[in-house]
Design a protein around this ligand. Structure first.
Ligand SMILES: Nc1nc2c(ncn2[C@@H]2O[C@H](COP(=O)(O)OP(=O)(O)OP(=O)(O)O)[C@@H](O)[C@H]2O)c(=O)[nH]1
Ligand SMILES: [Zn+2]
Length: 384
């Protein structure tokens, strides 16, 4: 790609989030040099037997998977871990427009625990720069739910909390911002908007620059579609027109997985984003609870569960009015949920080890989550 004179193909790639305006160097450049005949394309859908990929907005071309990715995936030795196969948002190299020959290095990923009987991790979206956590300034407003989303998307991109419906008479912006003080203190931007007004939504452009990719999360009715339409602005009609008259004579299916925005960024719209669940790998301090964890470090017992132990700094902070009890409740609930998910993951991996003929010992699954000790036990370690 020549930044001074980009071709139509360069611009199309950039519109779906290609993060370079010149030839990539480093690991990306190296992988591309190994496959000089292949072209970079972005995954828009993942199927059992193959992928739908795009090199331009609206495109969805069925291609063959790398043969390795078709083998049974799992965590057993010799199998491909699910997260090592391409997912929605990944960049892959495609030969002859029909075969994936390599995956380009991934910069970020949003994971979740897959639903179903067998506990497995699932990659929801890769290479996301910005996660817009959308919450309405109405009855939907709930700092606890926002905390939860922040935890689930950690490591997946820069989170921005978008408070929609700021124009409504009942919207109490000051109270909402006050309720999110701790989160804002951790460096997460909190932005009230009228999602129906493109001028108001434009404050989000600083997180939606050229070559960036964003996702929207938030409960039903929070304003995700409204915000998407406002971010699209008048370009919305133009995009649709371009799709109908594909000038490259190629048969393309109109696909809405990658939505190019006039700001230069693109939005990934994938069903998985609506079903986020903890994987057990999240780290509470990295997930927006660094303030609570810092207080918890002062508890008398290193393994304080913040139940009814003596010398619990967390409850002392609540009593002193320096920690919001609702925030602590949210922290404890998420902690237990994570422990539960981590326990499931450990159990599943232990079962796999046990089922192997060599019979290596299974790893310990740790304590039971959410169970408070009835009384001080001898296993409590004193912090001294
Ligand atoms: N006044 C006002 N209304 C809004 C705003 N954002 C969303 N709405 C309204 O809230 C309703 C729900 O908005 P949607 O954009 O459909 O919500 P969503 O998050 O896409 O919901 P799902 O598609 O169910 O996930 C619609 O009637 C919108 O017009 C806002 O900032 N101000
Ligand atoms: Zn404690």
């Amino acid at each position: 790609m020549n930044p001074a004179d980009p071709t139509a193909a360069d611009l199309a790639l950039r519109a779906i989030g290609w993060p370079f305006d010149s030839a990539p160097s480093g690991a990306w450049g190296d992988t591309m040099a190994e496959h000089p005949q292949a072209l970079p394309m972005r995954v828009v859908e993942q199927h059992r037997s193959g992928y739908l990929v795009a090199s331009a907005p609206g495109e969805a071309i069925a291609v063959e998977s790398l043969p390795d990715w078709l083998r049974r995936s799992g965590y057993r030795k010799g199998t491909i871990a699910p997260e090592d196969r391409a997912a929605v948002g990944d960049w892959v190299l495609v030969e002859d427009g029909k075969r994936i020959v390599a995956m380009l290095p991934r910069r970020s990923a949003i994971k979740r625990a897959a639903a179903g009987e067998h506990y497995k991790q699932q990659l929801i979206a890769a290479n996301i720069d910005t996660v817009l956590v959308v919450c309405g300034l109405d009855a939907d407003f709930n700092p606890r739910r926002i905390e939860r989303y922040l935890l689930l998307v950690q490591g997946g991109g820069t989170p921005v909390i978008v408070l929609t419906k700021a124009d409504k008479p009942e919207a109490d912006i000051a109270a909402a911002v006050a309720a999110l003080t701790e989160i804002a203190g951790l460096g997460v931007a909190v932005v009230p908007v009228n999602a129906r007004d493109p001028g108001s939504a434009a404050v989000l452009h600083r997180w939606l620059g050229p070559g960036m990719t964003a996702v929207l999360v938030g409960s039903s009715g929070a304003g995700k579609s409204t915000l998407t339409n406002s971010l699209l602005g008048t370009e919305r009609m133009k995009t649709a027109a371009v799709r109908e008259t594909d000038d490259r004579g190629r048969h393309t299916t109109t696909h809405r997985a990658l939505i190019p925005l006039p700001s230069g960024a693109c939005l990934i719209d994938t069903p998985g984003m609506r079903e986020l669940k903890p994987t057990g790998e999240e780290d509470l301090s990295g997930g927006g609870f660094a303030d609570v964890e810092a207080i918890a470090a002062q508890c008398r017992f290193r393994d304080c569960t913040h139940g009814d132990e003596p010398g619990c700094a967390v409850w002392e902070a609540v009593d002193a009015g320096t920690l919001d009890p609702g925030r602590l409740g949210s922290y404890l609930k998420l902690r237990d949920e994570l422990a539960g998910a981590a326990g499931q993951l450990a159990t599943r991996m232990a079962q796999k080890v046990e089922s192997r003929p060599s019979g290596k010992p299974a790893p310990k699954t740790g304590g039971r989550p959410g169970v408070k000790p009835a009384k001080r036990g001898s296993d409590w370690t004193r912090e001294e």
